[in-house]
Design a protein around this ligand. Structure first.
Ligand SMILES: *Cc1c(COP(=O)(O)O)cnc(C)c1O
Length: 462
């Protein structure tokens, strides 16, 4: 054994203790340090070490050169994109995932696969897909959407008497994927799957909304020759609008389509009795995407993919090999997702659900919703700002009341970035900013700090 490696092995508990201290320090300062570190150039590149000097020195080098350049995205005022942190239990589960280093893709060894299945069952109960839905863990909502669309592709093949999994997407001929306000990852998934970004057919939304107009969808489906795919959106990133899932599902009486629902973070509305109606009809979807590294607050990277047609899923993703054995009625996970080998990704989700339960996660969701609403109220009372949409759930979409140019919004965003991180967008043609609340630590005190920083920075804008 390399002598440095042997020395590390001999001191393993001590090294893990030092690492634990470093992690605790990083988390202890989350609240005070700049949300986005002041722009500093990347450090000079270092050559690949010929001889290493062990974990302790690597840890010191990381803390000196890279840690100060990382954003406080695990903290309470990182409101860009839709970003969760990691609950204490989720973090503990993630550490143990690496410690056990399981490849939980088959039943040949150990209980990792069974643990993943138990976690999926809990998630299904939390979000409300039906018992007919099975689920698998994937790395994020983009992969969950892509997997759902891959199953949809195979379903189109079943309708047309061909198998895209065997014969390629070209066997289908032109495909139409109808959606009101799809997330950008849908187009990416269609590109990956060989269906093409141009297979996406935009369907008009309701006036002043991002939710699809069911009557327009009905007409678009009537104009579509043959079976189609509909992507329903349960929580859009700009204004967190929800398609009427029941109305869309009812269109199946007249039209032949696969219904995929992108509920990446919108599915969490199901945890709040006041907002659960937004996800009504989720159980009618043929496939559902839910992200977990957002509002469940598990570390990156984690999402779940539900479907009613595991048989088609296995047709797409089967990884037949003599040493893996036959697929059987309950295919191993290696036959169900784009990955073969993968970490025991379920463990962090299992830990946080086991530790805090439905109640604990409901409290996080409801607190974040209350924070979004409070920021929305503060900004609408401030003459410098204008809301571009009502705060429906956990995102505030707003702009400057006067001259909302990209340049002024960028200046505003940068001026507040040590206090609060926001991401830019364009909504209904207007440059805007989004504040998305999905971190388990965020409180009303953070809302006050964010609102105050924005108010002060807006005054100083030229
Ligand atoms: C975040 C998001 C995605 C993509 O998720 P990743 O985890 O970044 O892959 C897809 N759809 C919606 C609605 C999202 O909010």
């Amino acid at each position: 054994m390399d002598p440095t490696l042997a020395a590390d092995l001999a001191r393993l508990p001590e090294l893990l203790e030092a690492t634990r201290r470093a992690a605790a320090d990083a988390l202890a300062t989350l609240d005070e340090r700049a949300v986005v570190p002041p722009a500093a150039p990347a450090p000079d590149p270092e050559p690949l070490p010929e001889r290493g000097d062990g974990t302790e020195q690597a840890l010191a080098a990381f803390r000196a050169r890279w840690e100060p350049r990382l954003s406080a995205s695990a903290g309470p005022r990182y409101l860009g994109f839709v970003t969760g942190g990691a609950t204490p239990a989720a973090l503990a589960g993630d550490w143990l995932t690496a410690a056990h280093d399981q490849n939980s893709n088959s039943a040949l060894d150990g209980g990792g696969q069974a643990l993943e299945r138990e976690t999926v069952t809990w998630l299904r109960e939390l979000f409300g897909p039906s018992e007919a839905h099975t689920g698998t863990f994937v790395s994020g909502a983009t992969m969950s959407n892509t997997t759902g669309l891959a199953i949809a592709r195979e379903w189109l093949g079943e309708r047309l008497g061909v198998s895209p999994a065997d014969d390629g997407a070209a066997a289908l001929g032109p495909v139409r994927v109808l959606s009101g306000a799809p997330h950008s990852s849908i187009a990416k998934g269609l590109s990956v799957l060989g269906l093409g970004r141009n297979s996406l057919v935009p369907v008009p939304t309701l006036p002043g909304r991002e939710a699809v107009d069911p009557a327009a969808l009905d007409r678009a489906l009537a104009d579509t020759p043959g079976p189609a795919v509909v992507v329903a959106n349960a929580g859009t990133v700009n204004t967190v609008d929800f398609d009427d899932l029941r109305a869309i599902a009812a269109l199946r009486e007249r039209h032949d389509f696969w219904l995929h629902t992108d509920a990446a973070f919108g599915a969490f509305a199901a945890l709040s009795p006041d907002h659960a109606h937004l996800t009504d009809g989720l159980d009618a979807s043929d496939s559902v995407c839910v992200d977990l590294h957002k509002w469940l607050n598990v570390p990156y990277d984690s999402a779940v993919q539900f479907t009613r047609r595991r048989d088609l899923q296995a047709r797409v993703f089967q990884n037949a090999a003599a040493y893996l054995g036959p697929l059987g009625e309950h295919p191993d996970l290696v036959h169900l997702t784009p990955e073969n080998s993968h970490r025991l990704r379920a463990l962090a989700a299992w830990f946080t659900l086991r530790a805090y339960g439905r109640r604990g996660h409901r409290e996080i969701v409801e607190r974040d919703i209350a924070c979004a609403r409070a920021l929305g109220e503060r900004l609408s009372e401030d003459p410098a700002f204008r809301l571009l949409a009502p705060v429906r759930l956990n995102v505030v979409c707003f702009t400057l009341a006067e001259t909302p140019t990209q340049a002024r919004l960028t200046a505003l965003r940068e001026a507040v970035s040590s206090e609060v991180f926001l991401t830019p967008t364009v909504y209904a043609g207007t440059p805007a900013l989004r504040a998305a609340f999905s971190n388990w630590r965020t409180t009303q005190a953070d809302v006050r700090r964010a609102a105050e920083a924005l108010r002060t920075a807006a005054k100083d804008l030229t």
